[in-house]
Design a protein around this ligand. Structure first.
Ligand code: SF4
Ligand code: SF4
Length: 306
């Protein structure tokens, strides 16, 4: 079965216990305004364009069957809505190669059979077998549930520790199927609302039923993750709701992830405006320390990532 991903992290220490090989998968049902990989939301990434690498030669315009490109002596306009992902412009461009980060044009999505991906990663999996393992991240890794499970099973059979990051917003049936192949869950709470909000109640009940599923299947390690976006996820009532959800479910490990100031990068590449001015959303070190103390005071082992 084919699996679609947009990047591989060869040796990450921020995506699960120890050293991780990370597969960043395509597709996400959530639209967090602070998302730093907006191209991962879709089944296939939109065409990425790095203006600084374009020499305005017009070769892409000449080959595109859908008039996506319009190149003038001073500007390169792109109408991505018309793109059908044929890749002709990338092959024609002298400054591009398929899925390369230093290309003027690229579509980073790779579709590959799960067994081929496993063979590709096998040397790295050998390296991390004793010091970490494999992590499926997103987008939302389990949006491709069948392929993800098939791949996790291969890794498990090879005795590699498996970790999956999830938004916890998918149906229980998916978690039920995946749970027996997962050693560690990264529970990515995207946003925690006020206690009375409908969304907060959904997060709360999802968490309860999914954690029960995880524990029944294999008693895995559970690590909650909270993005700290100033004025969006750091209000006291939100932190209080979040803390209560963790304690109710005996999730005693938490990683907080400060707002990523470099998130504008991919918005520029897909020609969209970022939804938030993230420079205004970066918490200070003192604010982060206070959040860590808040959770530690409740007995939760809280650490900061980055
Ligand atoms: S991928 Fe194909 S359709 Fe899309 S812009 Fe390039 S040539 Fe045009
Ligand atoms: S072919 Fe490449 S370098 Fe030439 S205009 Fe298109 S993107 Fe720019």
């Amino acid at each position: 079965m084919e699996i679609a991903y947009w990047a591989i992290g060869w040796l990450s220490t921020k995506d699960g216990p120890g050293n991780r090989v990370v597969v960043y998968m395509q597709g996400c049902p959530v639209r967090c305004p602070w998302c730093h990989s907006p191209h991962s939301r879709f089944d296939i990434s939109p065409l990425l364009f790095q203006k600084r690498l374009c020499h305005l030669c017009g070769k892409c315009e000449a080959v595109c069957p859908n008039q996506v490109h319009k190149v003038t002596p001073t500007e390169h306009f792109i109408d991505r809505d018309k793109c059908t992902y044929c890749g002709k412009c990338i092959f024609a461009c002298p400054y591009s190669t398929v899925a390369a980060s230093n290309s003027a044009l690229s579509i980073p999505t790779v579709r590959q059979d799960t067994s081929e991906l496993f063979e590709l990663l096998r040397p790295q999996l050998d390296l991390v077998q004793k010091s970490g393992g494999i992590t499926l991240s997103g987008g939302e890794a389990l949006l491709q549930d069948k392929a993800a499970i098939e791949f996790l099973k291969l890794c498990r059979d090879y005795q590699v520790n498996t970790c999956v990051e999830t938004s916890m917003l998918l149906p229980d049936s998916i978690y039920q199927e995946a749970a027996q192949y997962v050693d560690c869950w990264l529970l990515g709470f995207r946003q925690v609302y006020l206690p009375q909000d409908f969304e907060s109640q959904t997060v709360r009940s999802n968490c309860k039923s999914q954690v029960a599923i995880f524990r029944q299947a294999s008693n895995p390690r559970l690590i909650a993750r909270l993005p700290v976006i100033r004025e969006y996820t750091d209000r006291e009532e939100q932190l209080c709701t979040f803390r209560d959800i963790l304690l109710e479910n005996e999730i005693m490990e938490l990683e907080i992830l400060p707002c990523n100031p470099h998130m504008n990068h991919y918005y520029e590449l897909i020609g969209k405006e970022a939804e938030l001015d993230l420079n205004q959303c970066i918490p200070s070190n003192e604010e982060l320390e206070n959040i860590l103390k808040y959770f530690r005071h409740a007995g939760i082992q809280a650490t900061r990532i980055n």
